[in-house]
Design a protein around this ligand. Structure first.
Ligand code: 5GP
Ligand code: MN
Length: 319
C-alpha cells in the first residue's frame, strides 16, 4: 500500500524494534539514508539495527556509525518494522524473507519500484532517498543533528553527481541548503569522497584499457577484468562516467562478471535513452539515466546480447 512520508513517520515512531536495510552494492544514498534514519530512531530510544548483505565500500567509512552495520543474522528475527531504503525491489537487498518477521516499509525513489512492501513511500521526483528521509525528519520536528545532516548531504550529493545530473532540480538544491543550515559540511564530504587508494587508480586504468565503442560511436562499453575483480579493489564507482562522457555516446555500459556466481553485473548510464525501462526489461531497474541489472551467463554471451538490445532500443527511440 502506498503511504505518505508522514504516515511512515508515524509507523516508525510507533515501533519498538526496527531493522533498517538497503541494496547490495550500496552507494552514498543507500548508506547515508540508512544511517541518518538509524541515528534519528536511536535518539527516540527505538531499538534499531542496520543490516547489509554485502561488504561496505571503504570510501564511505567516514560516515558516522557505519561500523554498526551488520550482516543479516542466520536465524529469523521478529521486528515491529523492517525498513528497506533506496531499493525498489526486495531482491536488491539480498536478504531472504525468512530473516525477519514483521511489517515491511519501503522508502524509495526509483522509477522501477515494484511495490513489494506492506507500506511503500515512493517519490520518483526526488534525486535521492535522502530527500524523503530529510522530509520525514523535518516533519518529526525535533531538530536535525550535524551527524544526520552530513549523512543526508552525502546521500543527496552522491545520487545527483554533486548537483550535475539531470535529476538535480530546485528540490535537490533546497534540501542541500537546509542540510547545510543544520551543520552539513559539503567541502569535508567531497574531500572524503574524492580521495581514493592508489589501487583504485590502477584498477581504473585496467578497466579503461577494455574500452570499446560501437553503434557509430553511440555506445561505449567497458568491462572489469578478472584481475581487478579479484583484487582487493572493492569499488568501481565512477568508472562508468568515463565512457558516458565521451562526445557522441548515448549509452555507456559496464560489465562486471562474477566468476563464482556465473553472472555479470551490468551498469547503464545514458544521456537521453530511458535506461530504467531497458534495465527493467532485463530483470533489473534504476533511474532514467542510471540503471543496472545482473544477468546469468558468460561475459561474451551477456555482452553481445546486451549490445544488440541497446542498439535496437536506440533505434526505436530514434537516437
Ligand atoms: P549502478 O550501475 O551504479 O550499480 O546502479 C545504477 C542504478 O541502477 C542505481 O539506482 C541502482 O539502484 C540501480 N540498479 C543497479 N543494478 C540493479 C539491479 O540489478 N536491479 C535493480 N532493480 N536496480 C538496479
Ligand atoms: Mn538512491
Amino acid at each position: 500500500m502506498r503511504v505518505t512520508s508522514g504516515d511512515a513517520l508515524i509507523e516508525l515512531l510507533r515501533a519498538r524494534t526496527v531493522v533498517l536495510t538497503t541494496h547490495i552494492n550500496p552507494d552514498g544514498d543507500a548508506l547515508g539514508s540508512m544511517i541518518a534514519l538509524y541515528l534519528f530512531l536511536q535518539s527516540r530510544s527505538i531499538q534499531v539495527q542496520m543490516w547489509l548483505d554485502d561488504n561496505l565500500p571503504r570510501m564511505y567509512s567516514f560516515l558516522p556509525e557505519i561500523e554498526k552495520i551488520v550482516r543479516p543474522p542466520a536465524s529469523t528475527l521478529q521486528v515491529d518494522l523492517f525498513v528497506v531504503l533506496d531499493a525498489g525491489d526486495a531482491s536488491r537487498t539480498g536478504i531472504s524473507a525468512t530473516s525477519y518477521r514483521g511489517r515491511s516499509l519501503n522508502i524509495d525513489h526509483h522509477l522501477s519500484n515494484r511495490d513489494f512492501a506492506d507500506l511503500t513511500v515512493v517519490d520518483e521526483t526526488v534525486a535521492a532517498t535522502g530527500v524523503i528521509i530529510l522530509r520525514m525528519l523535518e516533519e518529526a520536528d525535533c531538530g536535525i543533528s550535524k551527524q544526520i545532516a552530513n549523512c543526508l548531504y552525502t546521500a543527496i550529493a552522491t545520487d545527483c553527481g554533486f548537483f550535475r545530473y539531470a535529476n538535480t532540480d530546485t528540490q535537490t538544491f533546497y534540501a542541500a541548503a537546509r542540510l547545510v543550515s543544520y551543520g552539513a559540511e559539503p567541502n569535508w564530504i567531497s574531500e572524503q569522497l574524492q580521495v581514493m587508494p592508489l589501487s583504485k587508480i590502477t584498477a581504473l586504468s585496467k578497466v579503461l584499457d577494455t574500452l570499446e565503442v560501437s553503434g557509430c560511436g553511440r555506445v561505449a562499453l567497458i568491462e572489469v577484468p578478472p584481475e581487478v575483480n579479484s583484487s582487493d579493489v572493492e569499488d568501481t564507482e565512477g568508472f562508468i562516467d568515463y565512457p558516458r562522457n565521451i562526445f557522441g555516446v548515448e549509452v555507456a555500459i559496464m560489465f562486471k562478471p562474477s566468476k563464482e556466481k556465473q553472472t555479470v553485473k551490468v551498469s547503464f548510464r545514458s544521456k537521453r535513452l530511458n535506461v530504467s525501462d531497458f534495465a527493467r526489461s532485463l530483470g533489473g531497474g534504476g533511474h532514467a539515466r542510471a540503471a543496472g541489472c545482473t544477468l546469468k551467463g558468460t561475459l561474451p554471451e551477456v555482452k553481445s546480447m546486451v549490445l544488440i538490445r541497446v542498439l535496437s532500443a536506440l533505434r526505436e527511440a530514434g537516437l
